[in-house]
Design a protein around this ligand. Structure first.
Ligand code: 26Q
Length: 835
């Protein structure tokens, strides 16, 4: 139960928001900025290094959001809309100020207000720290989803974690990644509003007992628990110029007062304080792993903490609206699970309905299965989450009981459908038997949901044909696809102002809420003056990025070169090494005097490696060593550069994607669920060089095969080749490849660091290489040559670039969210005039 509630004040609801609306004029904005700067923050002089001007501007904007936020909430309550809750351990929001300004339509007025006192809004934007509460694609997708839902007026709440430390900062020392913490809250986070009145208590540990209730039924209790308090902090999510402001509710862990007191009374102050730290540990840090499962207790605590706090919050709201009758919970709520990370919510909702609302098992199960929907983001078996039964027994005993009961009933269902098929039961059971029995979280999510979706067409097909085949046979109606997208408000309008202006001058600005309008740019693909303007924008963006890279790395960037970019988490399946092999091949060609046909290029690679992923960290070192040889060789001057972009994050991508010309999407086919960086590049006019993997397949289909550089083995070819794969023979048969391997083996890139390249090189030479990098080397080099030829023909390249933008319309998250809503959520859009 919450420690304090509104009701406990005893005065009922009093509406205070009766003041007239704030003006959006530059006068009014300037007045508020100076008010906050002087009277609230207590500052007089503006120091460019201080965060206070930024904070004052945020407060002025936030006031204006707050009015709309209140109205949105009021409309939600009074019309009692069905809501979707997006549960995610990650929301990679990036910076919020520019986006809020654009959504409210006050960017020009704010800039003018600041101009009047001699300040530049752009500098204020740059002062904001990234909200880095996510690892990569999955977390950024959640952020794009929230933007689109608010813009479509959909009643969707994001539920996430307010980690004290977000994604680590990457620094490079001697070519090695060194991780530094991200204390993003240190200067305060002026966007959030603490809502202590909605705090929830979360149980851990203890034991379960049963008793007989008045009607003779058996009831269960979870007792002797160590409780932790979940405190919500709300962040506003503005829709684009539609007066809607939705919420992202982030939970922060804190110790419960009662609990501390007990131990204090027992005489151990130190223990009481230690316990407090243990509680707060739950939301201390984001796990920086993006594609491997590591079964740590703290991670399980995080997952349960998010699931329980969010579900209790939904039930609190539901009972506020409907009293204690939860029979309509599934009519009023849908929960979208962002991967299996919050999948324990299936069991937690069962517990809450049965133990706290006294609903029968069957009714609770019907409600749960009508409420939950699950999105899968990976096909990699090593990423599938499984928790040891023993860990659950210790940490969440009541939840384990419920999972066992779900499993027993599920097995019964399988036996009825396939009598006697024991192997099938073993395969499908929620519990994996063995020395250390494990709970398979994906299976719990599938069994407890009415919808299971993949994130690109190919990925969804592979789920049904492979990973979840047994389940798709049992419940074919549950499985569906929702191809990812990105929000054009951030990934075109905000990050690429010159291109946005050029586009809007040509076709108007309706693309900001209807991205398919970009198709009208096709009419300009052969217009010479438009093409010239298009090229100028790209050059300006390359200069902006070049300057940024020079500031970060000290390396002068030649902006006449083709910008060839691969930015994403470092992982073997994404094959940054294949890119490096190609860079070495180009270096080798130029060195041996065979580079005349090559257009000059700058290869930019960026991304973070999980701190525990040795091979990924080694890849970063390899890139740096190769880069330092290339970049210091006078023969490469003006012809070839290789740059590692340090500390890649959302704000970096906002500079990078508008400047990219060639987008590297070169994962082993069947491994990248979708990709979303690929869409950002396409939208900004980069041309993709890629494999038939994830959403690349749909990108190629949308843009046409002539406007995409395809290479590499298909999923079928990879499966077929697997058993007789022999990288050595591939290398021996390919002189260029052999020279590249020879350079690597000879120590050419690591004279003073013997052995440093060995692990990476060895991984490619291994017949067991799961990523089959060597098999795709020659096809990749050929596709790069095709890109090289296309780039030489300026008119042709520009045409391809324009067509990439023009045909990127389907990759808006507006489209993705419409599909989720039509096929899974079925929400009515919010109407602000209360019915
Ligand atoms: C799991 C257990 C313990 C600790 C961490 C994790 C963990 C955390 C994050 C596992 C995976 C992730 C992130 C996965 C991710 O970003 N997947 C990407 O999702 C994108 C959006 O759907 C896709 O476009 C990418 O293809 C996919 O790799």
């Amino acid at each position: 139960m919450p420690a304090r509630t509104d009701e406990s004040v005893g005065i009922g609801d009093i509406e205070l928001l009766q003041a007239p609306e704030l003006w959006m004029t530059s006068d009014a904005i300037l007045r508020d900025i100076t008010h906050y700067f002087g009277r609230m923050l207590g500052r007089r002089t503006i120091r460019t290094q201080s965060p206070y001007l930024y904070q004052a501007v945020v407060f002025a904007v936030r006031d204006r959001l707050m009015e709309r936020w209140g109205k949105t909430r009021m409309a939600m309550e009074r019309n009692d809309y069905r809501r979707a809750s997006y549960l995610s351990l990650e929301f990679l929001m990036g910076r919020l100020l520019r986006n809020a300004q654009i959504s409210l339509g006050i960017e020009e007025n704010t800039a003018e207000a600041l101009n009047r006192i001699g300040l530049d809004l752009e500098d204020v934007y740059q002062r904001e720290l990234d909200t880095g509460l996510g690892n990569g694609g999955l977390g950024r997708l959640a952020a794009c989803f929230l933007d689109s839902c608010a813009t479509l007026s959909l009643p969707v709440v994001g539920y996430g974690m307010r980690y004290k430390y977000g994604m680590f900062h990457q620094r490079i020392e001697n070519g090695f990644q060194v991780e530094h913490p991200d204390p993003w809250l240190r200067e305060g986070f002026p966007w959030e509003v603490e809502r202590y009145e909605f705090a929830q208590t979360i149980k851990f540990g203890g034991r379960t007992t049963s008793y007989t209730d008045a009607k003779g039924g058996t009831r269960f209790e979870w007792i002797d628990t160590d409780d932790v308090l979940a405190i919500p902090f709300d962040v506003p999510v503005p829709g684009y110029r539609n007066e809607i402001v939705n919420s992202l509710r982030l939970w922060s862990a804190s110790s419960t007062d009662e609990f501390n007191l007990q131990e204090f009374n027992a005489g151990s102050y130190a223990d009481a304080v230690a316990t407090k730290y243990e509680a707060e540990n739950i939301t201390m840090v984001l796990y920086p792993d993006d594609a491997t499962y590591d079964g740590q207790v703290l991670r399980l605590k995080q997952q349960y903490f998010l699931a329980s706090a969010s579900l209790q919050d939904m039930l609190r709201y539901h009972t506020q609206q409907h009293g204690d009758d939860v029979s309509k919970f599934a009519e009023k709520n849908v929960v979208q699970l962002n991967d299996t990370h919050p999948a324990i919510a299936v069991a937690e909702l069962m517990r809450l309905l049965i133990d706290e609302f006294y609903i029968s098992w069957d009714e609770a199960w019907a409600i749960t299965r009508k409420t939950m929907a699950y999105t899968n983001h990976t096909l990699l078996p090593e990423a599938l989450e499984m928790w040891p039964v023993s860990m659950l027994r210790q940490l969440l005993p009541r939840i384990l009981d419920i999972i066992y009961e779900i499993d027993a009933r599920f097995i019964e269902e399988i036996s009825q459908r396939w009598p006697g098929d024991k192997a099938r039961i073993q395969r499908m059971s929620l519990i994996q038997k063995g020395h250390t029995p494990m709970v398979r979280m994906a299976y719990l999510a599938i069994a407890g949901s009415f919808s299971v979706n993949g994130v690109a067409k190919l990925h969804s097909e592979l789920l049904v044909d492979g990973l979840f085949r047994d389940f798709a046979e049992l419940w074919p109606e549950k499985f569906n696809n929702k191809t990812n997208g990105v929000t054009q408000r951030r990934w075109l309008a905000a990050c690429n102002p010159p291109l946005s202006r050029l586009i809007s001058n040509a076709i108007g600005d309706s693309w900001t809420t209807d991205l398919e309008q970009l198709r009208r740019l096709e009419d300009f693909a052969d217009d010479e003056s438009f093409a010239a303007a298009w090229r100028e924008v790209k050059i300006a963006n390359k200069q902006r990025l070049g300057k940024n890279i020079q500031e970060k790395t000290g390396l002068p960037i030649d902006t006449d070169l083709l910008f060839d970019v691969q930015v994403k988490r470092i992982h073997e399946y994404k094959r940054q090494l294949l890119n490096v092999l190609h860079a070495i091949h180009l270096y080798d060609r130029i060195r041996r005097g065979d580079g005349d046909e090559l257009v000059p290029r700058t290869i930019i690679i960026g991304g973070k490696a999980a701190p525990g992923y040795a091979m990924a960290k080694n890849v970063i070192k390899v890139i740096h060593n190769v880069a330092s040889v290339i970049n210091t060789d006078p023969a490469m001057q003006g012809r070839l550069q290789l740059v590692f972009y340090p500390d890649y994050n959302v704000s970096a991508m906002e500079l990078i994607c508008p400047a990219a010309e060639l987008s590297e999407q070169i994962s082993t086919a069947g491994k990248e669920a979708s990709g979303t960086g690929n869409m950002k590049f396409m939208m900004n006019g980069a041309i993709t060089i890629g494999t038939l993997d994830g959403a690349n397949v749909e990108i190629r289909q949308a843009v046409g095969e002539d406007n995409f550089f395809l290479f590499g083995l298909t999923v079928e070819e990879i499966n077929e080749l697997r058993e007789r794969y022999n990288p050595q023979s591939i290398i021996e048969a390919d002189e260029d490849f052999a020279r590249v391997v020879q350079l690597l083996q000879s120590g050419h890139f690591n004279r003073a660091e013997p052995g440093i390249m060995d692990a990476a090189l060895q991984s490619i030479l291994e017949p067991a290489d799961p990523w089959m990098t060597a098999a795709d080397f020659r096809p990749f080099v050929d596709a790069q040559l095709a890109a090289n030829t296309a780039y030489k023909d300026r008119a042709r390249w520009t045409r391809m670039s324009i067509l990439n933008t023009a045909r990127s319309g389907i990759f808006s998250t507006d489209r993705t969210m419409r599909e989720y809503n039509a096929e899974i959520w079925q929400l009515e859009p919010i109407e602000l005039d209360v019915k």
